[in-house]
Design a binder for this molecule. Structure first.
Ligand code: MG
Length: 160
């Protein structure tokens, strides 16, 4: 049973969103490299790589299920950040947004009565819980220690 056209199109939208996320985090990595915060930059590069892997997972699955994969153009990143904490606040709100997108994809898989896709998407749903939790943990440190915590946050994130 092939992916329905609706699901195949929705997968393409999600592939695009994951690739945009990858570029967003790469832009954040550059922001941190500019500031000399190598640990934060390293964390963002890893984050960027992970988002690309998410895109690959979606591409592979759609192909396997006879979907029509389209690699579309990715919108430029225009975001600017006032300080390191604002960057991580943006990561958090962005990941919450991605969680909503995945939830909507799951809603569609249920609507289309595609059980295999529902199973496939469960991994992404759990992954989003982890993404939100990890960034929340970093933000907690900022909230407790403020800019004074930046040195140790940078050091810790370099170990990812
Ligand atoms: Mg992702």
């Amino acid at each position: 049973m092939k992916l329905t056209k609706k699901l195949s199109d929705a997968f393409n939208e999600q592939i695009k969103a994951e690739m945009w996320s990858s570029n967003l985090y790469l832009s954040m990595a550059v922001y941190f490299m500019d500031m000399g915060l190598d640990g934060c930059a390293h964390w963002m590069k890893k984050q960027s790589e992970e988002e690309l892997e998410h895109a690959y997972k979606l591409i592979d699955y759609s192909m396997k299920r006879g979907g029509k994969v389209v690699i579309d153009h990715i919108d430029a990143i225009h975001e600017k950040w006032e300080n390191p904490q604002a960057v991580f606040e943006h990561v958090y709100s962005h990941e919450c947004h991605v969680s909503e997108l995945i939830d909507k994809l799951m809603d569609l898989a249920i609507e289309e009565n595609d059980k295999a896709t529902q199973e496939f998407l469960r991994w992404f749903i759990i992954e989003q819980v982890e993404e939100e939790e990890t960034v929340q943990g970093i933000l907690d440190k900022f909230n407790i220690f403020g800019v004074h915590g930046l040195y140790s946050i940078n050091h810790d994130l370099g170990k990812r």
